[in-house]
Ligand binder design. Structure first.
Ligand code: DX5
Ligand code: ZN
Length: 213
């Protein structure tokens, strides 16, 4: 059974609380929160104040994906704001600072995760596997919702599945819909982020059960 994490980048910003409730009513357990700084990726999105505002109004797992440079500067704020998972990009800092950031996140009681962009090989995060609770394989270039799924990322997912325990969390993010989700699950992914496909789906309950199956 896979976990579905709708990306709130594609929700209705004037009706966020209604959308979170709709997620929960349809069996969703996680929400994916995309944080962009306009430097690491060519786009801006939310800051930690959104995570802080979400925390009292939803008991869903808050899965926060930091697409920001030098995450060590901001990790504490996101942890204190109420993230459950905090995922940082391996490309965003030096190996020494990546280690320190993962340690900091864990010391604050939050589950650390590590992400690879499409051009980064899975081997680049091998040394961090013992330090994290989840890995994320980007299946689009990070920065925007609504892009096409990159099926050529699946060997990376397979490599990570072979190098981790069967229930270790391997997440995919970008272009995941009812058609591409089975490809991700077959490769070994068990956490599926879906933004535009989820929020566009007419029948949310059917979408959730298809992806989580
Ligand atoms: C992209 C973000 C994704 C995005 C996915 O940089 O990390 O989480 O919201 O959106 P879709 O599912 O529309 O590709
Ligand atoms: Zn994301």
């Amino acid at each position: 059974m896979a976990i579905l994490a709708p990306s709130i980048l594609s929700c209705d910003y004037m009706n966020m609380q209604r959308d979170f409730t709709e997620c929960k009513e349809n069996g969703v357990k996680w929400l994916h929160v995309d944080i962009m700084d306009g430097q690491f990726v060519p786009n801006l999105s939310f800051g930690y104040s959104l995570v802080k505002s979400m925390r009292p109004v939803t008991d869903l797992v808050l899965d926060v994906h930091l697409m920001i440079d030098t995450p060590i500067k901001y990790a504490e704020n996101f942890c204190k704001a109420g993230a459950d998972y905090l995922t940082i990009h391996v490309e965003a800092d030096t190996p020494e600072n990546i280690r320190k950031t993962l340690e900091l996140i864990r010391s604050l009681g939050v589950k650390p995760g590590i992400v690879v962009k499409p051009k980064t090989p899975a081997e680049a995060i091998e040394e961090y596997l013992p330090m994290v609770d989840m890995v994320l394989v980007m299946t689009v270039e990070p920065g925007f919702g609504g892009q096409s799924f990159m099926a050529d990322m699946m060997p990376k997912v397979q490599w990570l599945r072979e190098h981790t325990s069967p229930d270790f969390l391997i997440q995919v993010d970008g272009g995941v819909d009812a058609k591409t989700a089975p490809v991700c699950k077959a490769a070994g992914a068990n956490v599926l982020v879906s933004g535009s496909a989820f929020f566009k789906a007419e029948n949310k309950a059917a979408f959730v059960s298809a992806l989580m199956a």
